[in-house]
Design a protein around this ligand. Structure first.
Ligand SMILES: *[C@@H]1O[C@H](CO)[C@@H](O)[C@H](O)[C@H]1NC(C)=O
Ligand SMILES: *[C@@H]1O[C@H](CO)[C@@H](O)[C@H](O)[C@H]1NC(C)=O
Ligand SMILES: *[C@@H]1O[C@H](CO)[C@@H](O)[C@H](O)[C@H]1NC(C)=O
Length: 518
Protein backbone atom coordinates (compact mmCIF):
# COMPACT_ATOMS: atom_id res chain seq x y z
CA UNK A 1 0.00 0.00 0.00
CA UNK A 2 1.38 3.39 -0.84
CA UNK A 3 2.13 5.78 2.00
CA UNK A 4 -0.37 8.37 0.87
CA UNK A 5 -3.15 5.82 0.56
CA UNK A 6 -2.37 4.57 4.06
CA UNK A 7 -2.47 8.14 5.38
CA UNK A 8 -5.74 8.76 3.61
CA UNK A 9 -7.28 5.65 5.15
CA UNK A 10 -6.07 6.67 8.58
CA UNK A 11 -7.63 10.10 8.30
CA UNK A 12 -10.82 8.68 6.84
CA UNK A 13 -11.18 6.21 9.69
CA UNK A 14 -10.59 9.00 12.21
CA UNK A 15 -13.24 11.17 10.59
CA UNK A 16 -15.51 8.21 10.46
CA UNK A 17 -15.35 7.75 14.19
CA UNK A 18 -18.40 9.89 13.97
CA UNK A 19 -20.60 9.95 16.90
CA UNK A 20 -19.96 10.18 20.56
CA UNK A 21 -23.18 9.58 22.41
CA UNK A 22 -24.49 10.79 25.74
CA UNK A 23 -25.39 7.79 27.87
CA UNK A 24 -27.17 7.67 31.24
CA UNK A 25 -26.28 4.57 33.26
CA UNK A 26 -28.41 3.85 36.35
CA UNK A 27 -27.25 1.32 38.97
CA UNK A 28 -29.01 2.32 42.18
CA UNK A 29 -28.59 -0.76 44.30
CA UNK A 30 -25.94 -0.45 46.97
CA UNK A 31 -24.36 -3.85 46.37
CA UNK A 32 -20.68 -3.97 45.47
CA UNK A 33 -21.10 -6.64 42.78
CA UNK A 34 -23.81 -4.60 41.06
CA UNK A 35 -21.51 -1.61 40.96
CA UNK A 36 -18.69 -3.71 39.49
CA UNK A 37 -21.03 -4.53 36.60
CA UNK A 38 -22.25 -0.94 36.32
CA UNK A 39 -18.75 0.44 36.16
CA UNK A 40 -17.82 -2.31 33.71
CA UNK A 41 -20.41 -0.90 31.31
CA UNK A 42 -19.25 2.65 31.97
CA UNK A 43 -15.59 1.80 31.28
CA UNK A 44 -16.36 0.23 27.90
CA UNK A 45 -18.43 3.24 26.86
CA UNK A 46 -15.80 5.75 27.97
CA UNK A 47 -13.09 3.82 26.17
CA UNK A 48 -14.98 4.16 22.91
CA UNK A 49 -15.30 7.92 23.40
CA UNK A 50 -18.84 8.23 24.71
CA UNK A 51 -19.94 10.61 27.44
CA UNK A 52 -21.44 8.90 30.47
CA UNK A 53 -23.51 10.07 33.41
CA UNK A 54 -23.41 7.30 36.00
CA UNK A 55 -25.90 7.09 38.86
CA UNK A 56 -24.23 4.77 41.37
CA UNK A 57 -24.07 3.79 45.02
CA UNK A 58 -20.30 3.23 44.66
CA UNK A 59 -18.69 6.17 42.85
CA UNK A 60 -15.28 5.27 41.40
CA UNK A 61 -12.15 7.35 41.51
CA UNK A 62 -11.86 8.58 37.98
CA UNK A 63 -10.68 11.77 36.42
CA UNK A 64 -12.15 11.01 32.99
CA UNK A 65 -13.60 14.29 31.73
CA UNK A 66 -16.36 12.35 29.93
CA UNK A 67 -17.65 10.78 33.14
CA UNK A 68 -20.09 12.42 35.55
CA UNK A 69 -20.96 10.38 38.63
CA UNK A 70 -23.95 10.91 40.88
CA UNK A 71 -23.54 9.35 44.29
CA UNK A 72 -26.67 7.57 45.52
CA UNK A 73 -25.05 5.60 48.36
CA UNK A 74 -27.61 7.11 50.72
CA UNK A 75 -29.95 4.54 49.17
CA UNK A 76 -28.80 2.11 51.81
CA UNK A 77 -31.33 3.66 54.22
CA UNK A 78 -34.14 2.44 51.99
CA UNK A 79 -33.10 -1.15 52.70
CA UNK A 80 -34.69 -2.59 55.86
CA UNK A 81 -32.91 -4.63 58.54
CA UNK A 82 -34.45 -7.91 57.38
CA UNK A 83 -32.73 -7.55 54.00
CA UNK A 84 -29.35 -6.80 55.51
CA UNK A 85 -29.74 -9.77 57.85
CA UNK A 86 -30.39 -12.14 54.98
CA UNK A 87 -26.81 -11.27 53.95
CA UNK A 88 -25.36 -11.99 57.39
CA UNK A 89 -23.57 -15.34 57.72
CA UNK A 90 -24.43 -15.65 61.41
CA UNK A 91 -28.16 -15.02 60.88
CA UNK A 92 -28.23 -17.49 58.01
CA UNK A 93 -26.39 -20.15 60.05
CA UNK A 94 -28.88 -19.74 62.89
CA UNK A 95 -31.70 -20.18 60.40
CA UNK A 96 -33.10 -16.75 61.32
CA UNK A 97 -32.80 -15.03 57.94
CA UNK A 98 -36.15 -14.11 56.42
CA UNK A 99 -36.53 -15.90 53.08
CA UNK A 100 -36.82 -13.25 50.41
CA UNK A 101 -39.61 -14.01 47.95
CA UNK A 102 -40.51 -11.96 44.88
CA UNK A 103 -43.07 -9.85 46.71
CA UNK A 104 -40.66 -8.76 49.45
CA UNK A 105 -37.83 -8.05 47.01
CA UNK A 106 -40.16 -6.18 44.63
CA UNK A 107 -41.26 -3.86 47.46
CA UNK A 108 -37.68 -3.34 48.63
CA UNK A 109 -36.39 -2.52 45.18
CA UNK A 110 -39.28 -0.16 44.45
CA UNK A 111 -38.32 1.68 47.64
CA UNK A 112 -34.65 1.86 46.62
CA UNK A 113 -35.38 3.03 43.08
CA UNK A 114 -37.92 5.65 44.17
CA UNK A 115 -35.41 6.88 46.72
CA UNK A 116 -32.92 7.34 43.88
CA UNK A 117 -35.31 9.54 41.87
CA UNK A 118 -35.57 11.80 44.92
CA UNK A 119 -31.91 12.14 45.84
CA UNK A 120 -31.03 15.81 45.42
CA UNK A 121 -28.41 15.50 42.69
CA UNK A 122 -30.52 13.00 40.71
CA UNK A 123 -33.55 15.21 41.03
CA UNK A 124 -31.46 18.15 39.77
CA UNK A 125 -30.44 16.15 36.70
CA UNK A 126 -34.01 15.04 35.96
CA UNK A 127 -35.40 18.54 36.28
CA UNK A 128 -32.69 20.23 34.24
CA UNK A 129 -34.16 20.93 30.78
CA UNK A 130 -30.64 21.26 29.35
CA UNK A 131 -29.84 17.60 30.10
CA UNK A 132 -30.35 15.26 27.16
CA UNK A 133 -29.35 11.63 26.63
CA UNK A 134 -29.17 9.44 23.54
CA UNK A 135 -29.85 6.28 25.50
CA UNK A 136 -30.52 5.11 29.05
CA UNK A 137 -29.05 1.88 30.48
CA UNK A 138 -30.65 0.77 33.77
CA UNK A 139 -30.18 -2.29 35.91
CA UNK A 140 -33.25 -4.50 36.20
CA UNK A 141 -33.51 -5.56 39.80
CA UNK A 142 -36.97 -6.96 40.57
CA UNK A 143 -38.63 -3.69 39.65
CA UNK A 144 -39.25 -1.93 36.36
CA UNK A 145 -39.73 1.54 37.78
CA UNK A 146 -36.51 2.67 36.03
CA UNK A 147 -38.51 2.95 32.80
CA UNK A 148 -39.18 6.45 34.14
CA UNK A 149 -35.71 7.65 33.08
CA UNK A 150 -36.42 6.75 29.47
CA UNK A 151 -39.68 8.71 29.54
CA UNK A 152 -38.12 11.70 31.29
CA UNK A 153 -35.32 11.98 28.73
CA UNK A 154 -37.39 10.67 25.84
CA UNK A 155 -34.60 8.20 25.06
CA UNK A 156 -34.48 4.48 24.23
CA UNK A 157 -34.12 2.18 27.22
CA UNK A 158 -31.65 -0.70 27.55
CA UNK A 159 -32.07 -3.02 30.54
CA UNK A 160 -29.08 -4.61 32.15
CA UNK A 161 -29.72 -7.93 33.90
CA UNK A 162 -27.12 -9.03 36.44
CA UNK A 163 -28.48 -12.55 36.94
CA UNK A 164 -29.12 -15.66 34.81
CA UNK A 165 -31.83 -15.38 32.17
CA UNK A 166 -35.31 -15.57 33.70
CA UNK A 167 -38.88 -15.05 32.54
CA UNK A 168 -39.70 -11.79 34.32
CA UNK A 169 -37.21 -9.97 32.12
CA UNK A 170 -37.85 -11.81 28.85
CA UNK A 171 -41.53 -10.95 29.36
CA UNK A 172 -40.59 -7.27 28.92
CA UNK A 173 -39.24 -7.74 25.39
CA UNK A 174 -40.79 -10.99 24.20
CA UNK A 175 -42.72 -13.39 26.43
CA UNK A 176 -42.36 -15.39 29.64
CA UNK A 177 -40.07 -18.39 29.44
CA UNK A 178 -41.82 -21.73 29.78
CA UNK A 179 -41.86 -22.75 33.47
CA UNK A 180 -41.56 -26.45 32.58
CA UNK A 181 -37.93 -26.10 31.51
CA UNK A 182 -36.66 -22.68 32.65
CA UNK A 183 -35.59 -21.80 36.17
CA UNK A 184 -36.54 -18.71 38.19
CA UNK A 185 -33.87 -16.05 38.87
CA UNK A 186 -33.63 -17.03 42.53
CA UNK A 187 -34.58 -20.70 42.23
CA UNK A 188 -32.86 -23.59 43.93
CA UNK A 189 -33.23 -26.11 41.13
CA UNK A 190 -32.39 -26.23 37.45
CA UNK A 191 -33.97 -28.17 34.57
CA UNK A 192 -34.74 -30.96 33.84
CA UNK A 193 -37.37 -30.63 36.57
CA UNK A 194 -39.20 -33.42 38.32
CA UNK A 195 -42.98 -33.32 38.80
CA UNK A 196 -42.87 -31.26 42.01
CA UNK A 197 -40.27 -28.82 40.71
CA UNK A 198 -42.33 -28.22 37.60
CA UNK A 199 -45.47 -27.68 39.64
CA UNK A 200 -43.58 -25.37 42.00
CA UNK A 201 -42.17 -23.36 39.10
CA UNK A 202 -45.60 -22.81 37.59
CA UNK A 203 -47.00 -21.87 40.99
CA UNK A 204 -44.19 -19.31 41.51
CA UNK A 205 -44.81 -17.80 38.08
CA UNK A 206 -48.53 -17.46 38.81
CA UNK A 207 -47.80 -15.83 42.16
CA UNK A 208 -45.47 -13.27 40.59
CA UNK A 209 -48.11 -12.51 37.93
CA UNK A 210 -50.59 -11.97 40.74
CA UNK A 211 -48.25 -9.64 42.66
CA UNK A 212 -47.62 -7.64 39.51
CA UNK A 213 -51.35 -7.07 39.06
CA UNK A 214 -51.43 -5.07 42.30
CA UNK A 215 -50.21 -2.06 40.31
CA UNK A 216 -47.68 -0.72 42.80
CA UNK A 217 -45.31 0.44 40.07
CA UNK A 218 -48.13 2.15 38.14
CA UNK A 219 -49.07 4.14 41.24
CA UNK A 220 -45.48 5.19 41.94
CA UNK A 221 -45.06 6.16 38.29
CA UNK A 222 -48.24 8.21 38.21
CA UNK A 223 -47.54 9.99 41.49
CA UNK A 224 -43.84 10.67 41.34
CA UNK A 225 -42.52 10.35 37.80
CA UNK A 226 -45.33 11.69 35.62
CA UNK A 227 -45.00 15.19 37.17
CA UNK A 228 -41.30 15.29 36.18
CA UNK A 229 -42.12 14.26 32.60
CA UNK A 230 -44.82 16.94 32.37
CA UNK A 231 -42.45 19.57 33.71
CA UNK A 232 -40.22 18.88 30.70
CA UNK A 233 -43.15 19.62 28.42
CA UNK A 234 -43.54 16.00 27.29
CA UNK A 235 -46.72 13.96 27.16
CA UNK A 236 -46.30 11.12 29.69
CA UNK A 237 -46.91 7.69 28.13
CA UNK A 238 -48.95 5.17 30.08
CA UNK A 239 -46.88 2.94 32.35
CA UNK A 240 -47.83 -0.13 30.35
CA UNK A 241 -46.74 1.43 27.06
CA UNK A 242 -43.39 2.32 28.60
CA UNK A 243 -42.97 -1.08 30.21
CA UNK A 244 -43.12 -2.94 26.92
CA UNK A 245 -41.10 -0.39 24.98
CA UNK A 246 -37.53 -1.20 25.97
CA UNK A 247 -35.05 -1.61 23.13
CA UNK A 248 -32.67 -4.23 24.42
CA UNK A 249 -31.58 -6.39 27.33
CA UNK A 250 -27.86 -6.75 28.01
CA UNK A 251 -27.44 -9.77 30.21
CA UNK A 252 -24.62 -10.94 32.43
CA UNK A 253 -25.04 -14.49 31.16
CA UNK A 254 -23.37 -16.87 28.79
CA UNK A 255 -24.28 -20.37 27.71
CA UNK A 256 -21.04 -21.74 29.21
CA UNK A 257 -22.44 -21.40 32.74
CA UNK A 258 -26.19 -21.64 32.17
CA UNK A 259 -28.89 -23.32 30.10
CA UNK A 260 -28.99 -22.97 26.33
CA UNK A 261 -32.21 -21.01 26.67
CA UNK A 262 -33.98 -19.75 23.54
CA UNK A 263 -33.50 -15.97 23.50
CA UNK A 264 -35.28 -13.03 21.84
CA UNK A 265 -33.38 -11.09 19.13
CA UNK A 266 -32.89 -8.10 21.43
CA UNK A 267 -31.53 -10.10 24.36
CA UNK A 268 -27.73 -10.08 24.34
CA UNK A 269 -25.75 -12.35 26.66
CA UNK A 270 -22.46 -10.56 27.35
CA UNK A 271 -21.28 -12.30 30.53
CA UNK A 272 -17.64 -11.65 31.35
CA UNK A 273 -17.54 -8.09 29.97
CA UNK A 274 -16.57 -6.74 33.41
CA UNK A 275 -13.18 -8.50 33.34
CA UNK A 276 -10.39 -6.32 31.95
CA UNK A 277 -8.48 -7.81 29.07
CA UNK A 278 -5.24 -7.09 30.85
CA UNK A 279 -5.01 -8.35 34.40
CA UNK A 280 -3.39 -5.95 36.86
CA UNK A 281 -0.22 -7.20 38.55
CA UNK A 282 -0.56 -8.46 42.13
CA UNK A 283 0.64 -6.25 44.99
CA UNK A 284 4.20 -7.19 45.99
CA UNK A 285 3.35 -9.05 49.24
CA UNK A 286 0.60 -11.12 47.65
CA UNK A 287 2.76 -11.90 44.65
CA UNK A 288 5.47 -13.23 46.97
CA UNK A 289 2.97 -15.50 48.75
CA UNK A 290 1.51 -16.84 45.52
CA UNK A 291 4.83 -17.25 43.71
CA UNK A 292 6.19 -19.20 46.65
CA UNK A 293 3.23 -21.57 47.01
CA UNK A 294 4.83 -24.66 45.53
CA UNK A 295 1.76 -26.87 46.13
CA UNK A 296 -0.70 -24.28 44.88
CA UNK A 297 -3.02 -21.69 46.43
CA UNK A 298 -6.59 -22.17 47.58
CA UNK A 299 -8.34 -18.81 47.41
CA UNK A 300 -11.29 -18.42 49.80
CA UNK A 301 -13.68 -15.48 49.58
CA UNK A 302 -17.35 -15.13 50.42
CA UNK A 303 -17.64 -12.00 48.29
CA UNK A 304 -18.31 -8.44 49.29
CA UNK A 305 -21.71 -8.78 50.98
CA UNK A 306 -21.10 -11.81 53.17
CA UNK A 307 -18.48 -11.03 55.76
CA UNK A 308 -16.33 -13.92 56.97
CA UNK A 309 -15.97 -12.05 60.25
CA UNK A 310 -19.66 -12.70 60.97
CA UNK A 311 -18.96 -16.40 61.34
CA UNK A 312 -19.09 -17.75 64.89
CA UNK A 313 -15.58 -17.85 66.47
CA UNK A 314 -15.74 -21.61 66.87
CA UNK A 315 -16.28 -22.05 63.13
CA UNK A 316 -13.42 -19.69 62.25
CA UNK A 317 -11.07 -21.66 64.50
CA UNK A 318 -12.15 -24.99 63.02
CA UNK A 319 -11.64 -23.67 59.50
CA UNK A 320 -8.15 -22.38 60.31
CA UNK A 321 -7.26 -25.70 61.93
CA UNK A 322 -8.53 -27.59 58.89
CA UNK A 323 -6.62 -25.30 56.48
CA UNK A 324 -3.43 -25.69 58.52
CA UNK A 325 -3.49 -29.45 57.90
CA UNK A 326 -3.47 -28.97 54.13
CA UNK A 327 -0.33 -28.96 52.03
CA UNK A 328 -1.71 -26.02 50.04
CA UNK A 329 -1.33 -22.32 50.77
CA UNK A 330 -4.67 -20.77 51.73
CA UNK A 331 -5.50 -17.16 50.92
CA UNK A 332 -8.62 -16.06 52.80
CA UNK A 333 -10.37 -12.76 52.20
CA UNK A 334 -11.17 -11.76 55.74
CA UNK A 335 -12.23 -8.39 57.07
CA UNK A 336 -10.51 -8.36 60.45
CA UNK A 337 -7.08 -8.93 61.97
CA UNK A 338 -6.35 -12.46 63.00
CA UNK A 339 -3.35 -13.46 65.07
CA UNK A 340 -1.40 -16.71 65.43
CA UNK A 341 -2.15 -17.90 61.92
CA UNK A 342 -0.54 -21.14 60.77
CA UNK A 343 2.25 -20.70 58.26
CA UNK A 344 0.23 -21.74 55.20
CA UNK A 345 -2.81 -19.52 55.90
CA UNK A 346 -2.82 -15.87 54.83
CA UNK A 347 -5.58 -13.37 55.34
CA UNK A 348 -6.23 -10.31 53.24
CA UNK A 349 -8.77 -7.59 53.94
CA UNK A 350 -8.98 -6.68 50.32
CA UNK A 351 -8.35 -9.15 47.51
CA UNK A 352 -7.62 -8.27 43.87
CA UNK A 353 -9.70 -11.25 42.78
CA UNK A 354 -8.93 -11.23 39.05
CA UNK A 355 -5.19 -11.08 39.64
CA UNK A 356 -5.34 -13.87 42.24
CA UNK A 357 -7.39 -16.18 40.01
CA UNK A 358 -5.14 -15.40 37.05
CA UNK A 359 -2.01 -16.52 38.91
CA UNK A 360 -0.87 -19.92 37.62
CA UNK A 361 -0.52 -21.23 41.20
CA UNK A 362 -4.20 -20.67 42.02
CA UNK A 363 -5.63 -24.19 42.05
CA UNK A 364 -9.02 -23.84 43.78
CA UNK A 365 -11.52 -21.10 44.56
CA UNK A 366 -13.85 -21.48 47.56
CA UNK A 367 -16.68 -19.05 46.90
CA UNK A 368 -20.29 -18.18 47.76
CA UNK A 369 -21.22 -18.88 44.14
CA UNK A 370 -22.11 -15.30 43.24
CA UNK A 371 -22.38 -14.90 39.49
CA UNK A 372 -19.32 -12.65 39.17
CA UNK A 373 -17.13 -15.09 41.09
CA UNK A 374 -18.49 -17.97 39.03
CA UNK A 375 -17.74 -16.15 35.76
CA UNK A 376 -14.26 -15.21 36.93
CA UNK A 377 -13.48 -18.80 37.92
CA UNK A 378 -14.38 -19.90 34.36
CA UNK A 379 -12.52 -17.01 32.79
CA UNK A 380 -9.31 -17.93 34.64
CA UNK A 381 -9.87 -21.74 34.63
CA UNK A 382 -10.04 -22.39 38.37
CA UNK A 383 -12.42 -25.10 39.68
CA UNK A 384 -14.70 -24.02 42.54
CA UNK A 385 -16.21 -25.22 45.77
CA UNK A 386 -19.28 -23.11 46.37
CA UNK A 387 -21.18 -22.38 49.59
CA UNK A 388 -24.40 -20.69 48.42
CA UNK A 389 -26.11 -18.39 50.94
CA UNK A 390 -28.73 -16.20 49.28
CA UNK A 391 -30.30 -14.84 46.09
CA UNK A 392 -29.13 -16.34 42.81
CA UNK A 393 -26.15 -18.14 44.37
CA UNK A 394 -28.04 -21.43 44.63
CA UNK A 395 -28.85 -21.60 40.95
CA UNK A 396 -25.33 -20.55 39.91
CA UNK A 397 -23.91 -23.32 42.07
CA UNK A 398 -26.38 -25.86 40.66
CA UNK A 399 -25.11 -24.99 37.18
CA UNK A 400 -21.44 -25.26 38.14
CA UNK A 401 -22.13 -28.69 39.66
CA UNK A 402 -24.11 -29.79 36.61
CA UNK A 403 -21.42 -28.60 34.21
CA UNK A 404 -18.85 -30.33 36.41
CA UNK A 405 -16.32 -27.64 37.40
CA UNK A 406 -17.91 -27.00 40.79
CA UNK A 407 -18.70 -28.81 44.02
CA UNK A 408 -21.39 -27.66 46.43
CA UNK A 409 -21.01 -27.45 50.21
CA UNK A 410 -23.82 -26.18 52.43
CA UNK A 411 -23.32 -23.52 55.07
CA UNK A 412 -23.63 -25.26 58.45
CA UNK A 413 -21.88 -25.68 61.76
CA UNK A 414 -19.99 -28.63 60.26
CA UNK A 415 -18.59 -26.44 57.48
CA UNK A 416 -14.93 -27.20 58.26
CA UNK A 417 -15.46 -30.95 58.06
CA UNK A 418 -17.60 -30.77 54.91
CA UNK A 419 -15.19 -28.41 53.22
CA UNK A 420 -12.26 -30.72 53.97
CA UNK A 421 -14.03 -33.64 52.29
CA UNK A 422 -14.89 -31.45 49.29
CA UNK A 423 -11.31 -30.19 48.92
CA UNK A 424 -10.01 -33.76 49.02
CA UNK A 425 -12.50 -34.78 46.35
CA UNK A 426 -11.76 -31.91 43.99
CA UNK A 427 -8.02 -32.62 44.13
CA UNK A 428 -8.44 -36.38 43.88
CA UNK A 429 -10.61 -36.16 40.77
CA UNK A 430 -8.91 -34.55 37.73
CA UNK A 431 -12.32 -34.07 36.02
CA UNK A 432 -12.94 -30.82 37.91
CA UNK A 433 -9.92 -29.13 36.37
CA UNK A 434 -10.53 -30.71 32.94
CA UNK A 435 -14.13 -29.52 32.85
CA UNK A 436 -13.04 -26.08 34.06
CA UNK A 437 -10.77 -26.01 30.99
CA UNK A 438 -13.52 -27.19 28.62
CA UNK A 439 -16.00 -24.67 30.07
CA UNK A 440 -13.45 -21.90 29.77
CA UNK A 441 -12.88 -22.76 26.14
CA UNK A 442 -16.62 -22.49 25.42
CA UNK A 443 -16.72 -19.24 27.37
CA UNK A 444 -13.81 -17.64 25.52
CA UNK A 445 -14.69 -18.95 22.07
CA UNK A 446 -16.88 -16.05 20.83
CA UNK A 447 -16.80 -14.07 17.59
CA UNK A 448 -16.08 -10.84 19.50
CA UNK A 449 -15.25 -10.00 23.09
CA UNK A 450 -18.27 -9.35 25.34
CA UNK A 451 -17.11 -5.77 25.91
CA UNK A 452 -17.00 -5.03 22.17
CA UNK A 453 -20.42 -6.62 21.82
CA UNK A 454 -21.80 -4.43 24.60
CA UNK A 455 -20.60 -1.25 22.91
CA UNK A 456 -21.82 -2.43 19.51
CA UNK A 457 -25.39 -3.00 20.70
CA UNK A 458 -25.60 0.21 22.68
CA UNK A 459 -24.46 2.15 19.60
CA UNK A 460 -26.81 0.13 17.42
CA UNK A 461 -29.77 1.13 19.58
CA UNK A 462 -28.86 4.81 19.31
CA UNK A 463 -28.11 4.68 15.56
CA UNK A 464 -31.39 2.94 14.78
CA UNK A 465 -33.44 5.15 17.11
CA UNK A 466 -34.50 2.44 19.53
CA UNK A 467 -33.92 -0.71 17.41
CA UNK A 468 -37.62 -1.16 16.72
CA UNK A 469 -36.71 -3.80 14.10
CA UNK A 470 -35.52 -6.14 16.88
CA UNK A 471 -38.84 -6.16 18.72
CA UNK A 472 -40.53 -9.52 19.10
CA UNK A 473 -44.00 -9.95 17.60
CA UNK A 474 -44.89 -11.95 20.71
CA UNK A 475 -45.10 -8.69 22.67
CA UNK A 476 -48.34 -7.75 20.98
CA UNK A 477 -50.12 -11.09 21.20
CA UNK A 478 -52.26 -11.51 24.32
CA UNK A 479 -52.09 -14.79 26.23
CA UNK A 480 -55.55 -15.96 25.18
CA UNK A 481 -54.44 -15.72 21.56
CA UNK A 482 -51.19 -17.58 22.24
CA UNK A 483 -53.24 -20.35 23.83
CA UNK A 484 -55.72 -20.16 20.90
CA UNK A 485 -58.55 -19.82 23.41
CA UNK A 486 -60.55 -17.63 20.99
CA UNK A 487 -60.25 -20.20 18.21
CA UNK A 488 -61.21 -22.91 20.68
CA UNK A 489 -64.31 -20.94 21.69
CA UNK A 490 -65.33 -20.46 18.06
CA UNK A 491 -64.91 -24.18 17.38
CA UNK A 492 -66.85 -25.07 20.51
CA UNK A 493 -69.70 -22.71 19.61
CA UNK A 494 -69.76 -24.11 16.10
CA UNK A 495 -69.88 -27.68 17.41
CA UNK A 496 -72.64 -26.85 19.86
CA UNK A 497 -74.73 -25.16 17.18
CA UNK A 498 -74.10 -28.09 14.86
CA UNK A 499 -75.10 -30.55 17.55
CA UNK A 500 -78.26 -28.61 18.47
CA UNK A 501 -79.29 -28.26 14.84
CA UNK A 502 -78.65 -31.93 14.21
CA UNK A 503 -80.60 -32.86 17.30
CA UNK A 504 -83.49 -30.61 16.25
CA UNK A 505 -83.58 -32.09 12.77
CA UNK A 506 -83.27 -35.61 14.13
CA UNK A 507 -86.06 -34.95 16.65
CA UNK A 508 -88.29 -33.49 14.00
CA UNK A 509 -87.66 -36.52 11.84
CA UNK A 510 -88.45 -38.81 14.73
CA UNK A 511 -91.68 -36.92 15.49
CA UNK A 512 -92.74 -36.92 11.83
CA UNK A 513 -91.84 -40.59 11.62
CA UNK A 514 -93.85 -41.27 14.75
CA UNK A 515 -96.77 -39.28 13.36
CA UNK A 516 -96.52 -41.24 10.13
CA UNK A 517 -96.47 -44.51 11.99
CA UNK A 518 -99.47 -43.57 14.08
C1 LIG B 1 -14.41 12.68 25.52
O1 LIG B 1 -15.42 12.67 24.53
C2 LIG B 1 -15.10 13.35 23.36
C3 LIG B 1 -16.31 13.32 22.47
O2 LIG B 1 -17.45 13.70 23.17
C4 LIG B 1 -13.91 12.72 22.71
O3 LIG B 1 -13.55 13.44 21.55
C5 LIG B 1 -12.75 12.69 23.69
O4 LIG B 1 -11.67 11.98 23.12
C6 LIG B 1 -13.16 12.02 24.98
N1 LIG B 1 -12.10 12.15 25.97
C7 LIG B 1 -11.53 11.08 26.49
C8 LIG B 1 -10.47 11.37 27.52
O5 LIG B 1 -11.82 9.92 26.21
C1 LIG C 1 -24.06 16.84 44.53
O1 LIG C 1 -23.20 17.20 43.48
C2 LIG C 1 -22.22 18.16 43.82
C3 LIG C 1 -21.39 18.45 42.60
O2 LIG C 1 -22.17 18.53 41.47
C4 LIG C 1 -21.32 17.67 44.95
O3 LIG C 1 -20.40 18.66 45.33
C5 LIG C 1 -22.17 17.25 46.13
O4 LIG C 1 -21.34 16.68 47.11
C6 LIG C 1 -23.23 16.27 45.69
N1 LIG C 1 -24.10 15.97 46.83
C7 LIG C 1 -24.21 14.74 47.34
C8 LIG C 1 -25.13 14.60 48.51
O5 LIG C 1 -23.62 13.77 46.89
C1 LIG D 1 -40.90 3.68 22.45
O1 LIG D 1 -39.54 3.66 22.06
C2 LIG D 1 -39.27 4.32 20.85
C3 LIG D 1 -37.80 4.10 20.53
O2 LIG D 1 -36.98 4.39 21.62
C4 LIG D 1 -39.63 5.79 20.98
O3 LIG D 1 -39.42 6.43 19.74
C5 LIG D 1 -41.09 5.93 21.38
O4 LIG D 1 -41.41 7.27 21.63
C6 LIG D 1 -41.35 5.12 22.65
N1 LIG D 1 -42.77 5.11 22.98
C7 LIG D 1 -43.24 5.29 24.21
C8 LIG D 1 -44.71 5.17 24.39
O5 LIG D 1 -42.52 5.52 25.13
Amino acid sequence: MSKSLFLFLCIASLLCFCDAYKVLVVFSLSGKSHSILGYGIVKHLLKTGHEVTYITAFPEESSDPNLTQIDVSSNMVALPKSYKESLNLKTVLEGKAVPLDFDIIHNLMNAVEMNTYQIENVSKLLNDPEQKFDVVIAEWMFTEICVGYAAIFNAPLIWFSSVQTHWIITKLIDESLHPAYNAEAIAHSIPPFNFFQRAHNLWTQLQVFYHLTKGRQETLYANEIVPIIKKRGLVPPSFNDLLYNSSLVLSNTHVSYAAATRLPQNYKPIGGFHIDEEVKPLPEDLKKVMDGASNGVIYFSMGSNLKSKEMPDMLKKELIKMFSDLKYTVLWKFEEEFFDLPENVHMVKWAPQHSILAHPNCVLFITHGGLLSTIESIHFVVPIIAIPVFGDQFINVEWSVRKGFGKRVDLSYTLAEDLKAAIEEVFANPRYKEIAKETSLIYHDRPVSPGAELVHWVEHVVKTKGALHLRSPALFVPLYQKLYLDVLVVILVFLIVLYKTARCLFFKEKITNKKKNN
